[in-house]
Design a binder for this molecule. Structure first.
Ligand code: GAL
Length: 458
């Protein structure tokens, strides 16, 4: 058996819009996802997060399930418009109370809360009034919102994540338009990304200056798949490196190295905004740990300019900016999301991050898979999911052995939930949700988790 360090953080992750429901309960304001879901054709089967798994009303049951399945930590996000219905100004005390109750319930069960401030549900008011992430004013609004959260919850919450996957907000929300706020542009992603980084840094500044006594840690969670060079050629190796820099380097380089990757500056010209010297100072070092959401791997090859203005394959970002061709090996197994299961890509990515950013503490804040799980005789046998987790956890173990400072791992996810534009058609959970009755049925992986966590090993 491969054993993990005793203090390894074993958790599961969720986000507010994907599980809470209660979309207009107790004074919550609308978010851009509430609005986006109301546009016909944007979400598969016209699904919405209006009810989701009704976690807002059933969180106690959910916390008890987390406990029963052995989880020691739980990553959830705060819905900004639930606590600040207009994004700023008047506080909704009932929203605050909900998160107080959730945090208290977790602590009562010895489960460490890990709190994300922004998992994509921007208050709609801020989008309508000032174009959300496209306006620099968002930086201050986010810092104020963060201050409120530190003030109200920081006595009990010691692990904070400012932003979940700014790449997705930028590319899927402002480039391809497939996620809220649904904008399509080849320059707005870089402007939105710029403000996301500044907002992160502003929130961390508030935390370090005003709440240092709370002795918490704070960082950002970035998504990144591994990019393996298709061949040994220098061109393909460079293409794979470039793809990683456009993916995670975009957000991590400023935080760890003080500025955007050189290759992005060269290729994007004035579509990539610049940081002032003062901003660079604030941004550099603004992360106590590296949060990584990792799901899959693709081959990367030099494209030799063939796809100028061309299409996007998978998680390629704006491919014409990178000139990278992405592909997968036909022999790789695919999840229901059509993402390839390639555990060795995880080990390689952890090594790449460690080398580039001088061995930071890393938490895998999401990793998981969707499968077409079926209930048979009252049970779900999700053996593929168990294999997936075993493979990726072994990959993590290997990384730790080779010197990576991996401190924790969060499975995505505890429950089947609203999978954004795919609605409820994809099942990522280790608990099955019957969306008619909202009943939770543990899958085989739930029992497996309990064993892994109690043994600290795979
Ligand atoms: C991540 C995201 C989650 C979840 C997951 C599975 O990008 O943070 O909210 O949807 O992917 O697709």
């Amino acid at each position: 058996m491969k054993t993990f360090p005793n203090d390894f953080m074993w958790g599961s992750a969720t986000s507010s819009y994907q599980i809470e429901g209660g979309h207009n309960q107790d004074g919550k304001g609308p978010s851009i996802w509430d609005a986006f879901c109301s546009i016909p054709g944007k979400i598969k089967n016209g699904n919405t997060g209006n009810i989701a798994i009704d976690h807002y009303n059933r969180f106690e049951e959910d916390v008890a399930l987390l406990k029963s399945q052995g989880f020691k930590a739980y990553r959830f996000s705060i819905s900004w418009p639930r606590v600040l219905p207009q994004g700023k100004g008047k506080v909704n005390e009932e929203g605050i109370q909900f998160y107080n109750n959730l945090i208290d319930a977790l602590l009562k069960h010895d489960i460490t809360p890990v709190v994300t401030l922004y998992h994509w549900d921007l208050p709609l008011a801020l989008q309508l009034e000032s174009d959300g992430w496209l306006d620099k004013g968002i930086v201050d609004h986010f810092a104020q919102y963060a201050r409120l959260c530190f003030e109200r919850f920081g006595d009990r919450v010691k692990h904070w994540i400012t932003l979940n996957e700014p790449w997705v907000v930028a590319i899927l929300g402002h480039g391809q338009g497939v996620f809220a706020p649904g904008r399509v542009s080849n320059s707005e992603p870089y402007l939105a990304g710029h403000h996301l980084i500044l907002a992160h840094a502003a929130a961390v500044d508030v935390f370090k200056n005003e709440f240092n006594h709370q002795q918490g840690i704070i960082g950002m969670s970035n998504n990144c798949d591994w990019r393996e060079p298709l061949t040994d050629s220098d061109d393909d190796k460079k293409a794979a490196e470039r793809a990683l820099l456009f993916f995670v380097g975009w957000f991590a380089d400023p935080l760890y190295l003080g500025d955007y990757p050189e290759v992005m500056k060269e290729r994007l010209g004035n579509r990539l905004p610049e940081f002032t010297a003062e901003e660079k100072e604030l941004i550099k070092g603004s992360s106590d740990f590296f949060g990584l959401n990792h799901y899959t791997t693709m081959y990367a090859a030099e494209n030799y300019g063939k796809n100028q203005g061309g299409n996007v394959y998978g998680n390629g970002g704006l491919s014409e900016d990178q000139n990278v061709d992405l592909s997968i090996d036909k022999s790789w197994q695919l999840t229901e999301m059509k993402w390839a299961v390639v555990p060795w890509g995880c080990t390689k990515l952890l090594a790449w991050i460690s080398e580039r950013y001088s061995y930071p503490d890393i938490y895998i804040t999401e990793n998981g898979c969707a499968y077409d799980d079926q209930v048979e005789d009252g049970a779900v046998h999700d053996s593929e999911r168990i294999d997936f987790y075993r493979g990726y956890l072994q990959a993590c173990h290997e990384a730790i052995q080779s010197g990576v400072n991996l401190k924790g791992y969060f499975a995505w996810s505890m429950f089947d939930n609203f999978e954004w534009a795919s609605g409820y058609s994809l099942r990522f959970g280790i608990n099955y949700i019957d969306y008619e009755t909202l009943k939770r049925i543990p899958k085989d992986s739930a029992y497996w988790w309990k064993k892994v966590v109690s043994d600290n090993g795979v």
